[in-house]
Design a protein around this ligand. Structure first.
Ligand code: AQP
Length: 357
């Protein structure tokens, strides 16, 4: 009988350790970043931040960075940049990023990002970087192209690999950059037998590319000079209404979802769907008696309602800059601990180490 009980007990242990192992195995290390180039817009929120929040709540190891080193690839006013760092911190917290369960930090406070970026740069080629679509798009209107604009995808790879992240939640615009990171991880692993996990992008197809309001063939973007193209999370309700009223639709008045032929109204239906959880078909059916002008008011109401609690929280946080600085300082400590372990491993592998002398 005692033997039988012991057998049962060991079976129980074996079973529970299997469950625990499986959970550890399934737990992902998530890394993602956002530039402090202004307030986040609906594209940032639905394409990235909302996913960060759900990944955090699924008990993954989440590391989120406000990537200020990336933001200076194009000129920034120092006073405005500092303000934007605080603003972005408040926005992320208000959107549910919890600094107790996730690491939230400012990229420039962890110098290992720049160090690893240099090392990875020695494995990359100018040919590969010059084919990246974001570089081509952003450099086409510049007479003089800053070097940072050319090499920032390598810094992005360093951001990811420094934390040995295996999953990167991003919008569609970042897919080629994650592919570059995969390529660099493989090259490094082959050469030095050091194991960087080869990360995968997590892209939610429905909201991977929220379009610009007035140029629906382009993505909504913070760096767009025309504010009318986006809705920022900090926009007061009347401004959100104004932006949606001024959005570009077409000469057909019906509310129908057809992203190919009717990108403007389809973008509004997508935003409406993301704010209400209703599917496209239900939305079109419910609003079939309206023309697109009237429908814009319905969309605006949904957007305003959705962001009301986030805005309330954000305003509270913005009135406490000491707390915001404290959050980033705590995050820096935690990020540095991981980053310094990885950079030491990398330096050792490459031979950048005096330890064998
Ligand atoms: N329109 C979008 N739809 C879906 N996801 C988007 N993202 C950006 N725009 C959209 C995702 O948001 C995350 C943060 O990206 P970012 O800081 O580079 O934001 P941005 O709006 O793209 O900012 P900028 O200043 O306008 O950057 P660029 O220079 O890229 O045009 C990323 O995961 C991004 O995919």
């Amino acid at each position: 009988m005692i033997k039988a009980a012991a057998r049962n007990l060991s079976w129980l242990y074996a079973r529970s350790s299997y469950v625990i192992c499986r959970e550890i195995h399934n737990k992902k290390v998530i890394f993602s970043g956002i530039q402090p180039t202004g307030a986040p817009h609906l594209g940032n929120y639905f394409g990235a931040i909302k996913k960060w929040h759900s990944l955090q709540n699924e008990q993954n190891d989440c590391i989120f960075s406000i990537v200020d080193l990336h933001s200076i690839t194009l000129p920034q006013d120092p006073v405005k940049l500092r303000q934007n760092i605080h603003l972005m911190t408040a926005c992320l917290l208000a959107c549910g990023i919890d600094p107790k369960t996730s690491i939230l930090f400012l990229q420039s406070q962890v110098p290992q990002h720049a160090e690893l970026s240099w090392i990875l740069g020695t494995f990359s080629t100018m040919a590969r970087l010059s084919h990246l679509p974001q570089y081509k798009e952003k450099s086409q209107n510049l007479d003089v192209i800053p070097l940072g604009l050319f090499i920032y995808p390598i810094l992005q790879s360093a951001d990811i690999l420094l934390y040995k992240a295996n999953a990167i939640p991003v919008g569609e615009d970042q897919l080629q950059h994650v592919q570059l990171c995969q390529h660099l991880a493989r090259i490094f692993n082959n050469k030095y037998k050091t194991v960087f996990p080869v990360p995968s992008a997590i892209v939610d197809e429905t909201c991977a590319r929220i379009k610009s309001l007035r140029q629906p063939d382009k993505k909504m973007s913070k760096s767009d000079m025309d504010f009318k193209n986006r809705i920022e999370l900090t926009d007061p309700p009347d401004l959100m209404l104004k932006r949606i009223k001024e959005s570009l639709t077409d000469f057909t008045s019906a509310v129908t979802y057809d992203p190919e032929n009717r990108p403007g109204v389809s973008n509004l239906i997508l935003i409406h769907s993301l704010c209400t959880g209703k599917d496209f078909e239900t939305i079109c059916k419910e609003n079939e008696h309206l023309d697109t002008g009237q429908y814009k008011l319905v969309v605006a109401e949904a957007v305003i309602e959705y962001f009301k609690p986030i805005q309330y929280e954000m305003n509270k946080l913005l009135s406490d800059p000491v707390y915001l600085t404290g959050v980033l300082n705590d995050g820096k400590e935690k990020a540095q601990e991981i980053a310094s372990r990885t950079i030491n491993e990398v330096k050792e592998a490459v031979g950048l180490s005096a330890s064998c002398l």
